[in-house]
Design a binder for this molecule. Structure first.
Ligand code: GAR
Length: 200
């Protein structure tokens, strides 16, 4: 069994999709043990509490350097014997210390078809604003492994979503979540968890 930590910063709808998928038996090789938030006000923390999952808050502003922040995150993950990390709307940057502690064991959901609208500065609604501004007709979501390059790790799953006339960033964000993110993230979680369980 792969012990999973989900890292969050905001509303936590992707966390909810993971919790629901696990309950429905769709992540048989993984168990969500910890929710780690970068912000004490993240609504995702309430979702964790409602599901009876332990949580922790590690805020960047409480650490003098990226290195110390990363080390604090690794310490919490190791203290909970975490094998695999899922970034589900985690908007704080992770440095080398975390990435090296979990090589090929960190996945991220990004709300576009990488390599479009990704990398530094593209997060949350900004991604959908950029897609609408460019006038693309198709967007989507991507789950990828996390390495040192922002949104640059190996792609695991992608799903396309059509843009419709009159879309606002908010409307498009919701459609991408419903049609792609909430489906792909649990699938990718199970893919990686199953592989790690085999290696145990
Ligand atoms: C999601 O759309 C996720 O793909 C995006 O933030 C949102 C979080 O929503 N992540 C990024 O933009 C990462 N670059 P949630 O808190 O409701 O899951």
């Amino acid at each position: 069994m792969t012990d999973i930590a989900v890292l969050v910063s905001g509303g936590g709808t992707n966390l909810q999709a993971l919790i629901d998928a696990e309950k429905a038996g769709k992540i048989p090789h993984g168990k969500i043990r910890l929710v780690l938030a970068s912000n004490p006000k993240a609504y995702a923390l309430e979702r964790a509490a409602a599901a009876g999952i332990e949580s922790a808050v590690v805020s960047r502003k409480n650490y003098a350097s990226q290195q110390e922040y990363d080390q604090a995150i690794v310490d919490v993950l190791k203290a909970h014997d975490i094998d695999m990390v899922i970034l589900a709307g985690f908007l704080s940057i992770l440095g080398e210390t975390v990435i090296r502690a979990y090589p090929d064991r960190i996945i991220n959901i990004h709300p576009s078809l990488i390599p479009s609208f990704c990398g530094k500065g593209f997060y949350g609604l900004k991604v959908h604003e950029a897609a609408l501004e460019k006038g693309v007709k198709v967007t989507g979501a991507t789950v990828h492994l996390v390495n040192e390059i922002p949104d640059g790790g190996r792609i695991l799953l992608q799903k396309a979503v059509y843009i419709e006339d009159g879309d606002t960033p908010e409307v498009l964000q919701r459609r991408v979540m419903e049609q792609a993110e909430w489906i792909l993230l649990p699938q990718a979680a199970e893919m990686v968890a199953a592989q790690l369980s085999e290696e145990e």
